[in-house]
Design a protein around this ligand. Structure first.
Ligand code: FMN
Length: 162
């Protein structure tokens, strides 16, 4: 268990939060949800439309969540749902708000059928001076084997012992 580890995520409907909690149970450290100042609408059509506009405009929503002790975290697990084939704007806002130089970023994603799409590339683009490791990607909240898959992914990255 590591104290220099942060598991940080945005989740609109709970899938990415579920994966974040599984990862956190295995790696320890701090678990932190990202909360935008203005929450996204719950109505699916409304959030889909708003997200499309924000992503097209490159809009980074202000976040209520602040991580004042970011300097103390060397490894950041960063979770996002797939929104229009990229990361959700609150996650882009988080990655843009802090200096990630020298940190290890471990992305994890959930999607509704579109898979990884441009998400990993976007994390790399926003954190050019970080070491961005291979991500874990789940369909919705993951299948029956989600716990095992995550355990194997972490072992493969050398982040936990088997
Ligand atoms: C605004 C919005 C856009 C989405 N765009 C995509 C997409 O382009 N491709 C895809 O596979 N899933 C898409 N989805 C589905 C989500 O990625 C999927 O349901 C995800 O697991 C939700 O995670 P959450 O429960 O943590 O919010 C979209 C969902 C929303 C709300």
């Amino acid at each position: 268990m590591r104290t220099d580890t942060l598991v940080v995520y945005y989740s609109h409907s709970g899938n990415t939060e579920k994966i974040a909690r599984i990862i956190h149970a295995k790696v320890g450290g701090m678990l932190q949800a990202l909360q935008p100042v203005t929450p996204y609408p719950q109505v699916y059509r409304a959030v889909v439309d708003q997200a499309k506009q924000e992503i097209q405009a490159g809009y980074l929503p202000p976040l209520l969540t602040k991580i004042p002790d970011i300097v103390g975290y060397n490894t950041l697990f960063v979770g996002s749902p797939n929104w229009w084939s990229t990361i959700a704007p609150p996650v882009a806002a988080f990655l843009s708000a802090y200096d990630m130089a020298g940190k290890t970023i471990v992305p994890f994603f959930t999607h509704g059928g579109g898979g990884l799409a441009g998400m990993q590339k976007e994390v790399i683009r926003l954190c050019p001076n970080a070491s961005v490791l291979s991500s874990y990607t789940a369909h919705a909240g993951g299948g029956r084997d989600v716990e095992t898959e995550i355990a194997e992914w972490l072992v493969g990255l050398g982040l936990v012992n088997d």
